[in-house]
Design a protein around this ligand. Structure first.
Ligand code: ATP
Length: 340
């Protein structure tokens, strides 16, 4: 029995997390969920964005599935996601992006994984007014922070038989910060002579991705570029509702969709549950339950491919519940087929 933390989150979070929980239950992987919550609603009730029981649960269970969380806009609130990533040193934000059958997009052959550095760069949150009319932000890149995310990307490439890793940077302008990241990539790549290092400047990367995305297999980059490129790549495969993610450190992993809490569609049972369901599949793979993870991915592909039970963002009319139930039905059919 796995004891795991479940954080429903805000906005569409509770709806899609519930869907993912039901899908995971249908795999028959034994999970005992510890449900704790953080975010705006919790803040309104308890006066704190992240109650102590959330930290306790994460520190005890080490693995969590998390819904999107709204950080109130305004002074004094650090993003909750950034807080978790920094506090637990979840340095690798891993985001697989794949085209799925049945989605009308310009390219049918995208299959790449983004490794976004998760703890440094402009996200360290150091900003100041240097004069009453000038603001400055600190961009921090370290050798340690760069090497470990780059190594994670190369290790992934090696394990998954990928032939190239693209490092994305702007070292021609930010010679010290991005220059260091690029230098680390060149250094680390020497340990992997069988894998080609593609060096791509971030603006060129944007163009390459919208013209010929299939040339990329693994992308590794700093925090802010990774954030922006993830959304761009999500758009290439049909939108934010489809792309899962993992925040992984040496001692903990939190799995969550790339998208935010989508307050514009919250509470209507129309959010696409795919991204969080696939995040759940990534979590099962992390736990060593590869067959069960594959089962979820296969069922998701079939449901989307058939286009009968898909949500509005994908051009359908199904509710969140109908889509996740269809995924569960497909999983049971596949399971029965295997057992027959
Ligand atoms: P954040 O800053 O937390 O990333 P955001 O406000 O930039 O959040 P999202 O909350 O991800 O962005 O929403 C962006 C758009 O994508 C919204 O119009 C939202 O409705 C849509 N969207 C996001 N997730 C989904 C989903 N799972 N299903 C359908 N539409 C979604």
């Amino acid at each position: 029995m796995y004891k795991l933390t479940l954080i429903p989150g805000d906005g569409i979070g509770p709806e899609i997390v519930d869907a993912a929980k039901n899908v995971i239950a249908a795999t028959s992987v034994p999970v005992n969920w510890e449900i704790v919550n953080a975010g705006l609603e919790v803040y309104e009730q308890e006066g704190t964005l992240i109650p102590e029981n959330v930290f306790e649960s994460l520190e005890k269970n080490k693995i969590a599935l998390k819904g999107p969380i709204t950080t109130p806009i305004g002074k004094g609130f650090q993003s909750i996601n950034v807080h978790f990533r920094k506090k637990y040193d979840l340095y690798a934000n891993i985001r697989p992006v794949k085209t799925l059958p049945g989605i009308k997009v310009p390219f049918s052959n995208i299959d790449l994984v983004i490794f976004r550095e998760n703890t440094e760069d402009l996200y360290i949150g150091i900003e100041k007014m240097t004069t009453p009319t000038t603001a400055e932000a600190t961009k921090q890149i370290s050798e340690k922070g760069s090497r470990r995310i780059i190594k994670a990307a190369f290790e992934y490439a090696k394990t998954n038989n990928k032939s190239k890793v693209a490092v994305v940077h702007k070292a021609n302008i930010m010679k010290l910060t991005d220059g260091l990241f690029l230098a680390c990539a060149r250094e680390v790549s020497k340990e992997y002579p069988q894998i080609q290092l593609q060096e791509v400047i971030v603006d060129n990367m944007c163009m390459q991705l919208v013209m010929n995305p299939a040339q990329f297999e693994v992308i590794v980059t700093t925090n802010l570029y990774g954030d922006i490129l993830s959304d761009l790549c999500a758009g290439l495969v049909g939108g934010l509702g489809l792309v899962p993610g993992a925040n992984v450190g040496n001692n903990m992993a939190i799995f969550e969709a790339v998208h935010g809490s989508a307050p514009d569609i919250a509470g209507k049972n129309i959010a696409n549950p795919t991204a969080i369901i696939l995040s759940g599949a990534m979590m099962l793979e992390y736990l060593g339950e590869k067959n069960k993870s594959d089962l979820i991915c296969k069922a998701v592909k079939e449901v989307i491919g058939q286009r009968k039970y898909i949500t509005k963002d994908l051009g359908g009319n199904a509710t969140t519940t109908e889509m996740s139930n269809a995924i569960i039905d497909h999983m049971l059919t596949i399971k029965n087929h295997i057992n027959a």
